[in-house]
Ligand binder design. Structure first.
Ligand SMILES: [Zn+2]
Ligand SMILES: [Zn+2]
Length: 258
């Protein structure tokens, strides 16, 4: 079994054929799906999908791009839902910062505040974190350590695949490997992958984004985790079945699902 630990099934690009998307993945061996929170306006949809499908779970959070929509009180309504397995995706994303240096600093400061607020929620409700990091490895790591996120642990998106983040494996953090691994320019991730402890490896699509080869340019979907699993197996020279096993066990443990 493969577990897609990060797929935005609540995205409107799945609206018309969600059941087919899920069934294709299930037939390919994907046994569980986790919908991260990103834009809170989709939260109700995510909860509904999780309620209608026994193998789908959700997380509550705001992506740094949607941080103005953060509302802790609204989140707390859903946090004790039996299928809410994590807080996130939250984190820092400096990729799209623009304007003057001053404007960038204000934006960074705001991103940090919302990230920290979500770490506090995770600790209060004892849920792991789904952390989105892009072009912000140093600041993200500093916040995770300073605010004792190790109490709950979580998963990091391997956007920049920074070696700098690897030590967080010792603080209960897992590494979500996705379609980027199959890109021909994934040099950094190829270099970092063998250094990730096996008991901290997870598979994700981040669908509908970041579609793996040979489907780049199309909508991403959870079935494509099978390409990611194959690629990990090739690169680490570990049999595919074992990769599926290890990563699934890791996901079940981190998100406390069965
Ligand atoms: Zn993300
Ligand atoms: Zn995402």
């Amino acid at each position: 079994m493969i577990i897609d630990t990060h797929v935005h099934l609540d995205d409107e690009r799945y609206k018309d054929d969600l059941d087919e998307v899920l069934n294709r993945a299930r037939e390919g061996g994907v046994g569980r799906f986790i919908i991260p929170g990103a834009d809170p306006k989709n939260l109700k949809r995510a909860v509904e999908i999780a309620q209608n499908n026994s193998d789908v779970y959700f997380a509550i959070g705001v992506h740094p791009y949607d941080m103005d929509a953060f509302d802790a009180l609204e989140f707390e309504k859903y946090i004790n839902h039996p299928k809410c397995v994590a807080i996130g995706e939250c984190g820092l994303d400096y990729f799209r910062l623009d304007g003057t240096d001053e404007a960038k600093d204000i934006e960074k400061k705001r991103q940090k505040e919302i990230f920290i607020a979500q770490i506090e929620l995770a600790k209060k409700y004892k849920k792991p974190l789904i952390v989105h990091i892009r072009d912000a490895s140093r600041d993200s790591k500093e916040i995770l350590l300073n605010y004792n996120a190790a109490e709950v642990g979580g998963v990091l998106h391997c956007y920049n695949a920074d070696e700098e983040l690897l030590s967080l494996a010792n603080d209960g953090f897992y590494f979500g490997i996705g379609g980027v691994l199959t890109f021909s320019n994934a040099k950094k991730l190829l270099h970092v992958l063998p250094k990730i402890p096996h008991d901290k490896l997870l598979i994700e699509t981040d669908g509908p984004y970041l579609t793996p080869s040979p489907h780049r340019g199309e909508r991403n979907e959870p079935f494509y985790t099978t390409f990611v699993a194959k690629k990990i197996s090739e690169l680490l020279e570990i049999p595919l079945e074992k990769i599926e096993n290890i990563t699934s066990q890791n996901a079940l443990r981190l998100f406390d699902i069965s």
